[in-house]
Ligand binder design. Structure first.
Ligand code: C2E
Ligand code: CA
Ligand code: CA
Ligand code: CA
Length: 277
């Protein structure tokens, strides 16, 4: 008994070691990845359901790791947050998105770009000012950029978030509450938030056609948002029936694999030419 226990511990220890080593490698690698352009931005179209046109995209970051291949953001964003690298990462994202915006505009493609802001970014008022300065220095229209901020990030420090969001919005940035429905914001809090849109989390949308609970939730979220004068984006739209259902209920925008997975900037250009939008 004792023997096998010991063996189990040894295996367990080794697994921790392995895990820790890989984590440390990622932590160290991330800094140079940000500096040496190992990150890439992919773009996923947001379809305007009224115009049946794509006028916006969401920028989603990936890490093209030289040995490990494409690392998804769910793996390295939490590391960036815990190791104080989130401002550097979001700076890279915004600067890259601005470059892409200009490249598309030069080709006659007008696409607004949404980027994701983390709770760490929101805590730092000089970072928030940097966002505004950077957009104005590049002489691109500020209204072309949307910041997506998760419900959780906003609610964790509501008063200071409200101040920051009001300032951004007064300067012309579009603001979106991301992953709506997964956090614990109250209706009173939502009412106070100076934002333009809510993004219904994909966990409520993916099985919409087969789950009547989800239908009730999404339908009432759309109504609630409209009563507060907010636009609604549904993410995780995976089939045409869901798209039609959302359009019928007045949802303004849809995003999801049914339209396109997140793809590179040049693939998105090809997609725009080939799609009906
Ligand atoms: P998110 O902001 O909720 O982004 C949407 C995620 O849902 C993306 O995953 C996208 O690929 C995925 N998705 C979109 N449509 C569908 C669909 O129809 N079905 C399914 N199953 N999934 C769909 P991704 O790109 O892996 O990003 C994961 C998360 O990582 C994002 O969730 C966001 O929270 C975070 N993230 C990505 N890029 C950034 C960034 O630049 N900054 C920050 N702070 N976070 C980022
Ligand atoms: Ca998002
Ligand atoms: Ca989301
Ligand atoms: Ca989500």
């Amino acid at each position: 008994y004792a023997k096998s226990n010991k063996l189990e511990y040894q295996i367990y220890d080794k697994q921790i070691d392995q895990h820790t080593v890989e984590r440390l490698q990622l932590i160290n690698g991330l800094k140079s990845a940000i500096e040496s352009d190992q990150l890439v931005l992919y773009y996923q179209p947001k379809l305007c359901l009224k115009k049946n046109a794509v006028i916006k995209v969401e920028a989603l970051v990936r890490w093209a790791h030289p040995e490990k291949g494409m690392i998804p953001p769910d793996v390295f964003i939490p590391i960036a947050e815990k190791t104080g690298q989130m401002n550097a990462l979001t700076r890279w994202v915004l600067e890259t998105a601005i470059k892409q915006y200009k490249q598309w505009r030069a080709k006659g493609i007008e696409l607004g770009i949404a980027i994701n802001i983390s709770a760490e970014n929101l805590k730092d008022s000089s970072f928030c000012q940097w966002v505004l300065n950077t957009i104005s220095q590049h002489q691109v229209p500020i209204s072309a950029f949307t910041l997506e901020i998760t419900e959780d990030a906003v609610v964790s420090d509501l008063d200071s978030a409200i101040m920051q969001l009001s300032y951004w919005r007064a300067k012309g940035l579009k603001l979106s509450i991301d992953d709506f429905g997964t956090g614990y914001s109250s209706l009173g809090q939502l009412k106070q938030l100076p934002v333009d849109e809510v993004k219904i989390d994909r966990s409520f949308v993916q099985q919409l056609m087969s789950n009547t609970d989800d239908q009730i939730i999404v339908k009432s979220t759309i109504e609630l948002a409209h009563n507060l004068n907010l636009f609604v984006v549904a993410e995780g739209v995976e089939n045409q029936d869901t798209l039609d259902w959302l359009r019928e209920r007045g949802c303004e925008m849809a995003q999801g694999y049914h339209l396109s997975k997140p793809i590179s900037g040049s693939d998105l250009e090809t997609w725009l030419l080939q799609s009906e939008y």
